[in-house]
Design a binder for this molecule. Structure first.
Ligand code: ADP
Ligand code: SF4
Length: 692
């Protein structure tokens, strides 16, 4: 297959100062969760995207000096020459595939923590940017930068740029966004200076200009100098001569940087999940830049559709299609378009599980792409997989995300695969959950896999086939994989917060009951101690049906875990918009006679009631492991049937998020013919630094 001519424009080279990007696919800087501590993992995670056709690959935020330390979050650094070799490893990996490598040099100013280095935070005039997240609130304020500090900051940028060039980088960033470094000088509420760096916009822009000029002078002949610039806050400030201060900054600096990388001012508003934003949602904050400069402009928008990418370019919004999440979900997205295989793109579903990986300080993981983060450690490639024996028959029971991924990957390996699903529709929980408000994109987890399996002659799919243990025995397979999912229980917590017994009675529901068509009456209390999306999604659904809804939770927020994937504030806002009542920090102790009995999580255990008609418990899930247990309890029967291995995977094995199910299915397919216990299959643990 070959590329459709309508996508030719995406493959045009783009000159960026002294270097040229081979095409318009641009991996914008984004954290990978590896920092400098995992150089091999990081290099492999970046390399795979260069191999997959992304023309430019950037690092995540890279500190230029110990006075900008974001520990414990995993950032990378170029503090001294010792740090060069770690970066050179990634640069070499990217260059092997003809792509350009960029580094996002970063000084956090007062927007970081310096928790490890314990150096004073610095800011334009001692006014620190604040955080509403408890874990990120900084007890130390910042010191106003004096002239020496400003000279130092400029020098550190230059020193780091010179090191970046030694590492082989083609593009070097000045980061003026997200409350970091020179961006703090731009904002009038953070910059109260009365010298030539404060006051009017020209003065507030001075530091940014100086840093760009310094870096151009130092490395500008060899490296492109990119400016990463947040626009939304300045767009809201009317300019003296133009529509806004953002317009004025861009027109003042217009041709100075070799590339404009335009973004939003907070990670939460930039990396919004699909539940709360559409593809291309950044256009209102970045489309004004291109008319004000001849330099190339890059921006993001969770673009997975090549037609939308073409439209961005033809309409003059962007020159380069920036991506973080779409390149995580499919490192080979550009090559697939180039080869006319756009139906095979593994489209990002916008769930933001990748974001949670970074917050967890571990290599970013992805719901759609189970190989993400495992490229070096387990040697998993997103597109290639070792061949298996075509005469080996594998039966997979259950076509949720675990079973689908397992069957797809086994099919790709060439095994003879049968996938049996009890229901008429494939997809298990993703089919069910994608019907919830805001989760439509989650069906992509199913569609990507079913589309590919349709093209495989060695994978048979049976719908409407609920298998029994005897069916599995009679099937005469060599390997049986049980992916029968999990169910929600009516279990509640006791007043110590430990799991207790199930609660029974009329008008008590679980999410499974709602999925099966139950319609709770009147005022519904949703008792949520699952803490992820389900409680708030069901609240939305019930509000749309006209129920009054109260979310009751032992946590101090709705969907408390979603701090980790940047959804917390959006969920809260949605609940307020929908007039969903909330009762935080309480356990449910009983339900009946028109009320729910609750008790404070704190020592006094104050008890009270909430008047309501129905109770929906979003708490504990348990694996549907009856089939697995029935088979596993009779080893002789299994052996006599010629079954060499029996495994349970996904939610049946351990209930979790969809990312866990997909990963479990993939791992099973990779290791099915490996000797020994599945978990014993070797993986690299050491993260040795490259030697000189
Ligand atoms: P996971 O997230 O682990 O993939 P899901 O709950 O999404 O789990 O999917 C499990 C699938 O298994 C569901 O589609 C369910 O209909 C199917 N299933 C459960 N029991 C059987 C069975 N005995 N035979 C065939 N399919 C089954
Ligand atoms: Fe997209 Fe979710 Fe993967 Fe992140 S984890 S890249 S949001 S599919």
């Amino acid at each position: 297959m070959s590329r459709s001519s309508r996508y030719d424009i995406l493959f045009e080279p783009v000159k960026i100062g002294p270097v040229t990007a081979p095409n318009r696919f641009y991996c914008t800087p984004h954290a990978l969760g590896t920092g400098n501590q995992m150089p091999h993992t990081r290099a492999a995670m970046r390399e795979v995207r260069a191999e997959g056709g992304w023309g430019v690959i950037n690092t995540g935020y890279c500190s230029i000096h110990p006075s900008s330390d974001d520990a414990p979050l995993p950032y990378c650094r170029l503090w001294d020459d010792e740090d060069i070799k770690v970066h050179a490893m990634m640069v070499d990996a990217v260059h092997r595939h003809g792509s350009l490598a960029g580094v996002e040099l970063w000084h956090g100013g007062s927007g970081t923590g310096n928790r490890l280095t314990r150096m004073p935070l610095m800011s334009a005039s001692g006014v620190s940017s604040d955080s509403t997240y408890p874990g990120w609130i900084n007890l130390a304020r910042s010191k106003p930068m004096d002239k020496q500090d400003i000279r130092d900051l400029r020098r550190w940028h230059v020193d780091a740029a010179v090191r970046a060039r030694s590492a082989g980088f083609d593009i070097v960033y000045v980061y003026a966004g997200m409350n970091f470094g020179p961006y703090q000088f731009l904002l009038p509420w953070l910059n109260k200076r009365t010298d030539e760096y404060g006051g009017n916009l020209q003065n507030r822009t001075r530091l940014m200009r100086e840093i760009i000029e310094d870096m151009k002078e130092a490395v500008g002949e060899d490296c492109a100098i990119a400016l990463r610039f947040s626009t939304d806050q300045l767009l809201a400030i009317p300019g003296e001569n133009m529509e806004s201060e953002a317009h004025e900054v861009v027109s003042m600096l217009s041709e100075l940087p070799d590339l404009w990388d335009v973004k939003s001012s907070s990670w939460v508003t930039e990396t919004v999940s699909a539940r709360f934003s559409e593809q291309g949602a950044q256009e209102p904050i970045n489309s004004f830049v291109k008319p004000l400069t001849t330099r190339p402009v890059v921006g993001v928008g969770r673009f997975t559709s090549p037609d939308d990418m073409v439209s961005q370019i033809k309409r003059g919004v962007l020159d380069l299609i920036g991506a973080a999440r779409p390149s995580i979900a499919d490192p080979f997205l550009p090559n697939k378009i180039d080869e006319g295989r756009e139906d095979e793109i593994r489209e990002c579903i916008g769930c933001n599980i990748c974001v949670s990986g970074y917050h967890d300080c571990v290599p970013v993981r992805c719901t759609q792409n189970p190989t993400m983060g495992e490229e070096w450690r387990r040697k998993w490639h997103p597109e290639r997989i070792p061949a298996g024996d075509p005469d080996t028959r594998v039966l997979v029971v259950g076509a949720g995300p675990a079973g689908l991924e397992c069957a797809r990957a086994l099919g790709q390996r060439g095994f003879s695969v049968t996938l049996a699903e009890a229901r008429e529709e494939l997809g298990g929980r993703v089919t069910i959950e994608s019907a919830l408000p805001g989760l439509a994109t989650w069906a992509r987890v199913r569609d990507y896999r079913t589309n590919l399996m349709q093209t495989m002659g060695n994978v048979d799919v049976y719908r409407g086939s609920a298998l029994t243990a005897q069916d599995v025995i009679d099937f005469e397979c060599h390997h049986a994989v049980i992916a029968t999912g999990a169910h929600w229980t009516r279990e509640i917590l006791n007043t110590d917060g430990n799991p207790s017994s199930e609660i029974s009675g009329d008008s008590i529901y679980t999410p499974d009951d709602i999925f099966a068509g139950a319609e709770p009456e009147g005022h519904v209390v949703i008792y949520d101690f699952d803490h992820y999306y389900m409680g708030s999604c069901l609240a939305e659904l019930l509000r749309s049906r006209g129920n009054n809804v109260t979310i009751l939770t032992p946590a101090n927020a709705v969907s408390a875990w979603t701090f980790m994937n940047n959804e917390l504030a959006n969920i809260r806002e949605r609940m307020i918009e929908l007039d969903v009542a909330t009762v935080f920090e309480h356990y449910l102790t009983g339900f009946g006679h028109g009320s729910a009995a609750i008790s404070s999580v704190y020592r006094d255990r104050t008890a009270r009631t909430i008047e309501c008609d129905s109770l929906l418990i979003v708490g504990v899930r348990k694996g549907n492991d009856e089939l697995y247990d029935a088979l596993n309890s009779d080893a002789e029967r299994i052996a006599n049937a010629g079954i060499r291995s029996l495994q349970s995977i996904g939610d049946c094995l351990v209930p979790g998020a969809i990312v866990h199910a997909v990963y479990s299915g993939h791992k099973c397919a990779r290791n099915i013919d490996a000797a020994g216990e599945p978990e014993s299959v070797a993986w690299e643990r050491a993260q040795l630094f490259p030697t000189d």
